[in-house]
Design a protein around this ligand. Structure first.
Ligand SMILES: *[C@@H]1O[C@H](CO)[C@@H](O)[C@H](O)[C@H]1NC(C)=O
Ligand SMILES: *[C@@H]1O[C@H](CO)[C@@H](O)[C@H](O)[C@H]1NC(C)=O
Ligand SMILES: *[C@@H]1O[C@H](CO)[C@@H](O)[C@H](O)[C@H]1NC(C)=O
Ligand SMILES: *[C@@H]1O[C@H](CO)[C@@H](O)[C@H](O)[C@H]1NC(C)=O
Ligand SMILES: *[C@@H]1O[C@H](CO)[C@@H](O)[C@H](O)[C@H]1NC(C)=O
Ligand SMILES: *[C@@H]1O[C@H](CO)[C@@H](O)[C@H](O)[C@H]1NC(C)=O
Length: 480
């Protein structure tokens, strides 16, 4: 139910003449705002990251917390415009955000983004925003918030931020601009349809003003945000105002769907399975990216723990197996993509214990498999930076390798292979290739096709690069 909206927005744009955010602005902004350099080695243009983008990529795992009014609705997608759920439903009577943070620690998540407002229109914090009803002009408070619910007085966002701070987990918010059932808004536009129970009538101008005022509150009251999530973007009319608000209030924040409004944008990988293609580049605007793009815009792989792409907690929903989640880890983090996994408190406000266990199992696997290398980081390299190798004092058995590129001056490696010397080979000096690939970026994990091998030496051979490559890490592991 998420990025699909982007597609809709583009279609709507055609029919309404109201242009979606991405696309039109992109063309003229791309070269003006993108930072790049010319390689002294090959003369090609190399996109440069911001320090914030690099720090963000290095976190590798985050959570996208779906907890909101839709948690109390039995639809697969939460609110879809057919109803405004009664505010009396929102009653997380055991709410404990420290419990959420514990699960993040167990998983190994370094940052968390909480849904502050989803399609229902319900806001999980108090707001000072008031607005005129149409056509009467009567001013009323934005009253579809936690302050009018059974847990009045609880600021869920505040609790969440405090719990994250205690555990050194970075935080951010998701606020959908394009849908708001309470105000009868779809694809960013106030609809001119008969009002359903609980819906209020406002003008488009009023809606746009409410959005900007609430973003201002969200971006002012909770400190520095690590990541801001625009699901489905925002309308072209709001583009300049959003860009101004970002540079005024959160210039250092990473912004999902923020290309054109920030110097720290990231992109969607293109699906919700947690699968990044191989290769996935840190550059380029769509999907697996483009090594020749002048825009550094790393990818995020958002995906669910529950089966069938279900984001909000639901009764009797099945969880994905540990085996499947390990595969997701390899296909996201292992393919130079940020793994952002859904975290779903239930209607009491806690993470259900079976869910907590599955997150911890995944975290345990990652720590056990990749926590320490069988041997330390490789430092032995050729002068041109292309060959990195290690000869072992005695044979070691390993089944996979991890390579990390230092992207401070951009992603430069284009093709590489991993070769080993086998302990039981008759010719011990002979190299055998066990893996090869193209994009490395923040991290590339290669599970060796041949399985576990007893080896006496391992080598990374960077066979194509657009500048002198710099490695952050090169390690080998045995996990199966
Ligand atoms: C509402 O306004 C008061 C007074 O200016 C301020 O203290 C409070 O933080 C505001 N609330 C929000 C949600 O911004
Ligand atoms: C909402 O108000 C506008 C006037 O601003 C009016 O034209 C429209 O019919 C109203 N819509 C509904 C659904 O009541
Ligand atoms: C919110 O305000 C509207 C308009 O005054 C009213 O009809 C509605 O009952 C209010 N809702 C709550 C939860 O107070
Ligand atoms: C909304 O619908 C009403 C009745 O169908 C119509 O009179 C009015 O002009 C419409 N308003 C807009 C802004 O389209
Ligand atoms: C490091 O490289 C040098 C030659 O450059 C070599 O003599 C030495 O054995 C290498 N060390 C290891 C641990 O591979
Ligand atoms: C690295 O790979 C290239 C291309 O396959 C090859 O020509 C070169 O000899 C390799 N380097 C070493 C040290 O084997």
């Amino acid at each position: 139910m998420h990025r699909l909206v982007v597609v809709l927005l583009v279609l709507i744009a055609v029919t309404n003449g109201r242009l979606s955010v991405y696309h039109r602005h992109q063309q003229h902004l791309s070269l003006r705002s993108a930072r790049h350099r010319i390689s002294p080695l090959t003369g090609v243009r190399i996109a440069l990251p911001t320090p914030e983008q690099l720090e963000w990529q290095a976190q590798e795992i985050g959570v996208l917390i779906h907890f909101n009014m839709a948690t109390y609705v039995d639809n697969h997608d939460g609110c879809t415009g057919d109803m405004v759920p009664s505010i009396s439903l929102f009653n997380p009577y055991k709410l404990n955000t420290n419990n959420w943070a514990q699960t993040m620690i167990d998983l190994g998540a370094k940052y968390a983004v909480l849904v502050a407002k989803h399609a229902c229109g319900f806001l999980m914090a108090p707001t000072n925003v008031t607005f005129p009803l149409s056509p009467s002009g009567r001013i009323i408070p934005y009253n579809y918030t936690v302050d009018y619910s059974p847990v009045k007085g609880v600021n869920v966002l505040d609790n969440f931020v405090k719990s994250c701070n205690k555990q050194n987990i970075r935080h951010g918010f998701y606020y959908t601009v394009v849908n708001n059932d309470y105000l009868n808004v779809k694809q960013g536009l106030v609809q001119n349809t008969t009002l359903k129970k609980g819906q209020l009538n406002i003008t488009q101008q009023t809606y746009d003003s409410i959005v900007l005022q609430q973003l201002r509150e969200l971006w002012t009251n909770y400190g520095k945000l690590d990541e801001i999530w625009f699901d489905g973007g925002y309308t072209a009319e709001l583009h300049d105002s959003v860009a101004a608000l970002v540079s005024e209030l959160q210039p250092d924040s990473i912004i999902f769907g923020g290309y054109g409004v920030t110097r720290n944008p990231i992109r969607w990988i293109g699906n919700e399975f947690g699968h990044a293609p191989d290769p996935t580049w840190s550059t380029g605007l769509e999907g697996g990216g483009d090594p020749n793009s002048p825009i550094f815009i790393p990818a995020e792989c958002d995906t669910t723990l529950q089966q069938f792409d279900r984001w909000f907690w639901g009764p009797h929903v099945l969880l994905r197996s540990l085996t499947e989640l390990i595969d997701v880890y390899h296909r996201s983090v292992g393919h130079n993509c940020m793994l952002m996994i859904d975290l779903t408190p239930d209607r009491t406000g806690l993470i259900p214990s079976a869910y907590a266990l599955r997150y911890k199992e995944l975290g345990d696997f990652i720590r056990a498999c990749y926590g320490t290398s069988v041997v330390p980081i490789y430092r032995n390299s050729s002068a041109d930076g292309r060959i990195h190798f290690q000869v072992f004092d005695s044979p070691v058995t390993v089944d996979r390798s991890v390579v990390q590129e230092d992207q401070t001056l951009g992603q430069v490696i284009r093709v590489y292979s991993i070769d080993v010397q086998l302990a039981d080979s008759s010719n011990k000096d002979q190299w055998k290739s066990v893996a090869s690939g193209t994009s490395i970026g923040n991290k590339k994990i290669d599970l060796w096709q041949a399985g576990s091998q007893m080896i006496t030496a391992v080598r990374l051979n960077i066979t194509e690069t657009v500048d002198v490559p710099v490695l952050k890490a090169f390690t080998v592991h045995l996990c199966s």
